[in-house]
Design a protein around this ligand. Sequence first.
Ligand code: HEC
Length: 117
Amino acid sequence: MSIRSVRGLLTGLLLLGVVPGTMAASVKGNADAGKKIYLESCQNCHGPTGKGDSDMAAYLTPPPANLTAKATQTKTDVQLRKIILEGRPGTAMTGYGGAFEEGQLTDLIAYIRSLKS
Ligand code: HEC
């Protein structure tokens, strides 16, 4: 195989891999499905509508974030995903790595976006 055909093959593989990957990343999550996950896993700290106003809040330092606030809404999806997966050290926010499928994470983020005040 010549160098050129190897390069062509690699480019082809790259396109095959990258194009669907890019499409998947831009597919919007389902906020309704995300809400279900949120109510099960997040509302006990972040409150029923994400404002950080749960009963738990009084017992947590720092308190759970207000997800409707600018500080959260101006973060990118990538940043939110990272916080959800890894948690925030030194706070009650534990990482959910392994807890959710990719699609569930996308739905969860779509729901957080829908909370924008
Ligand atoms: C045990 C309580 C608790 C639970 C459950 C919890 N969180 Fe948190 N969360 C926190 C705390 C505390 C912080 C950190 C606030 C800070 O850094 O000031 C936080 C921070 C965050 C942030 C970062 C906000 C920002 O702008 O910095 C996001 C996003 C978030 N949580 C999403 C979620 C999601 C989604 C779930 C459910 C899958 C969840 N949390 C479950 C307590 C919780």
